[in-house]
Design a protein around this ligand. Structure first.
Ligand code: WTA
Length: 663
């Protein structure tokens, strides 16, 4: 006991001294073999950005090579490599198989109960072609949207690439979202088919996914003609004659060869819905040539990827953009070997991630700060059970990383030899924009450091003046190939959201950032009504609208409250109708209702009952004041409130409810 305590104290001290260090140079050993070890790429990109990007694009295999780089004749509708033709699935699969790499493992898949499957590039190519043919037989082709609602199983990769092969944009919905939100996304995107599963496992339990999908009436949508069902858990489900088909039967009956469609560079590759300022999610549209160019390139330079030596593991879920770009497209475009894990970080035990790293010899690990904070809390005993010496590079994404978590990651997981790349980007940017290059950039814990070659980022004040130093609006000043092209069927919203504030050439990110004296970027957080829970983007408006749709609820205001574990946590202020009385039962029903409408990730951690909410004279809820109240601060200026007394009443209520909670 005494020794353990002693070691813990030592670790605390070491972490403390690490957090006091301001910068970390790339280790000499790493730098020696790094993919990028000088600033020549930056110089090329700076001197002639269009030539730089065209050269990157030409590293892919095109049906016909582009001669044009950026087309900026109609901003903000930028086009890239527009005269080229290409296929994403060909570049992820055939290209490597043709080069003799068919036997290389693309994914080491690991199931929750310890099952293992190794999927080679040739295996994937075979199934992708069959599924593509199966979809074609069902009348699905170019431009038809295909929904994908699958857990972390190899079929999700097959499904995405089969869509890409025939030019059908995929619309993947995160497996943690509720069937109801799948239904909404299928409806607004007018999906023609949905690929889903009989059941999904989570920490030893099985969710009957297909049955739940049926209960939401997804199959009743007119345009949705086909539901393909992967048989995975054997969970009972009904198969509607004519509409539903088993994945394995579709593959069994399909031809082995499906030539890839020759698609325009600007052909839509996928739609991915993400949260915005209003209750309706935004359908981010990515196209083919530019997206692939950006993703192939960033995977290689940011992760220093050496496809014939590395084992890459991005621990995100495929349903988020991180999974799209850095589980599927990035590693596969580069012909790399990756790991895919079905389950949670703490099942069957809290050492499962480290067991996986050891077992498959993971060399590059890419995860989220929230996962690191959880591991830190669980303690060093879990990583210490395993040999992590194969690791050579660590990455994070999704939210700012606090210095203590950074120091722990660096010391305990990286053994102080692995550089850490803190990568900033968004669903909209398609790929990483601001990040260290691990063999080149000195890192400062908590900073995503500097824009990548070809990316011009800046911090603007309210009037659009660029700040050399200081805090303001983060913007991207030049178009880049993997940028979103529009919001699906909402062109005006696209222009308003991103290209109104500072003009049609300047992309407004939606984050506040600070630039320091060395030009390093520090992301502060969102400037809109989007909150970040464990690195997952949530819209406060969407959660509010779910809460208000529950019986007896009159009004609701949702804020992100600072939270030690998840970065931010969902806190909901709720007012009830007439004489309805708040109680624990109502509280848990509201929480469950949100889980059903959106997904468990959106469930409020705390509900605060309120008689009234602080509003301006024009009726706008002042969330800033609600945050002050929730976090127990003195509240700021209340002079613009319609009823300034509301604040004191609320503060009193929070104190009372807090006391009850403590008992
Ligand atoms: C936040 C995830 C700080 C940011 C790839 C951004 C970050 C939003 C970082 C996008 C980072 C992402 N440091 N904040 N390294 N990476 N963010 O669309 O607020 O799910 O706007 O894309 O996450 O979330 P999204």
């Amino acid at each position: 006991m005494a020794t353990t305590k002693g070691t813990e104290d030592n670790l605390e001290q070491e972490l403390q001294s690490l957090t006091e260090r301001e910068t970390f140079e790339p280790p000499a050993e790493f730098r020696q073999h790094a993919v990028v070890d000088d600033d020549s790429l930056h110089r090329k990109a700076h001197d002639d950005p269009e030539a730089f990007w065209l050269e990157r694009a030409r590293q892919l295999t095109w049906v016909s090579e582009p001669t044009e780089s950026l087309d900026d004749s109609n901003p903000p509708f930028f086009r890239w490599f527009a005269d080229g033709k290409i296929n994403a699935s060909y570049n992820c699969l055939d290209r490597h198989v043709d080069a003799g790499l068919g036997d290389r493992v693309a994914f080491h898949w690991r199931g929750e109960e310890g099952e293992e499957e190794a999927w080679t590039y040739a295996d994937l190519l075979r199934d992708v072609q069959r599924l593509a043919n199966g979809l074609k037989e069902r009348g699905i082709g170019r431009e038809d949207v295909v929904g994908i609602y699958l857990p972390m199983i190899p079929e999700v990769v097959v499904a995405m690439l089969a869509c890409a092969r025939i030019g059908a944009p995929h619309n993947v919905v995160f497996g943690g979202f509720s069937p109801q939100s799948v239904s909404e996304r299928m409806k607004v995107s007018e999906a023609k088919a949905l690929i889903t599963v009989d059941g999904a496992r989570r920490k030893g339990k099985t969710a009957p996914v297909k049955t739940e999908v049926d209960q939401e009436g997804i199959g009743d949508l007119d345009h949705l003609e086909t539901i393909v069902v992967v048989r995975r858990t054997g969970a009972d489900c009904e198969m509607a004659e004519g509409r539903d088909v088993w994945y394995h039967e579709l593959l069994d009956g399909a031809d082995d060869e499906c030539p890839p469609e020759e698609l325009d560079a600007e052909h839509p590759l996928y739609i991915l819905y993400t949260s915005g300022s209003t209750a309706s999610p935004k359908g981010i549209v990515h196209t083919t040539g530019g997206y692939l160019t950006g993703i192939a390139h960033t995977t290689k330079i940011v992760f220093d990827l050496k496809p014939d030596e590395d084992v890459f593991w991005c621990s995100a879920d495929v349903g988020w953009v991180t999974g799209h770009s850095y589980i599927v497209y990035g590693p596969m475009l580069n012909g790399a070997t990756s790991v895919m894990w079905e389950g949670a970080p703490d099942y069957p035990d809290k050492d499962i991630w480290w067991e996986i790293c050891e077992r498959y010899g993971v060399t590059i690990l890419y995860t989220a700060p929230t996962a690191i904070r959880a591991a830190l809390k669980w303690g060093v005993e879990y990583p210490e059970r395993h040999d992590l010496s194969a690791l050579r590079l660590l990455g994070t994404v999704g939210e700012p990383i606090n210095p203590k978590a950074w120091a722990w990651y660096h010391k305990v997981i990286g053994g102080e030899r692995c550089p850490i790349v803190d990568t900033w980007w968004q669903t909209e940017t398609g790929g990483i924009m601001i990040s260290p290059l691990p063999g080149l950039t000195a890192t400062k814990p908590g900073s995503a450091t500097l824009p990548l070659p070809g990316i011009e980022a800046g911090v603007y004040d309210e009037n659009g003046e660029e700040l050399d130093e200081g805090q303001g609006y983060l913007v991207l000043k030049r178009p880049w190939p993997s940028m979103l092209r529009t919001l699906y069927r909402e062109e005006d919203r696209f222009v308003e959201t991103y290209f109104e504030k500072f003009g049609r050439e300047t992309y407004l990110v939606g984050d506040a950032a600070r630039k320091d004296e060395d030009g390093y970027f520090w992301i502060v957080g969102r400037i809109d009504d989007v909150i970040n829970v464990s690195g997952h983007r949530m819209s406060t408006a969407e959660i509010e609208s779910a809460i208000v749709s529950y019986e007896h609820v009159a009004e609701s205001a949702v804020i992100g409250e600072d939270d030690e574990d998840s970065g931010q946590a969902v806190t909901a202020f709720v007012t009830l109708e007439g004489d309805a009385e708040p109680d624990d039962e109502l509280e848990s029903s509201i929480r469950e209702h949100v889980a059903k409408r959106i997904g468990k990730v959106a469930r409020p951690k705390r509900i605060i009952w309120a008689d009234d909410l602080p509003k301006t004279r024009s009726g706008k809820i002042m969330r800033r004041l609600l945050r002050d109240i929730a976090e127990g601060r003195e509240h700021g200026d209340v002079s613009t409130l319609r009823e300034p007394g509301v604040m004191d009443d609320l503060a009193e209520k929070v104190r009372e409810q807090g006391d009850e909670g403590d008992e």
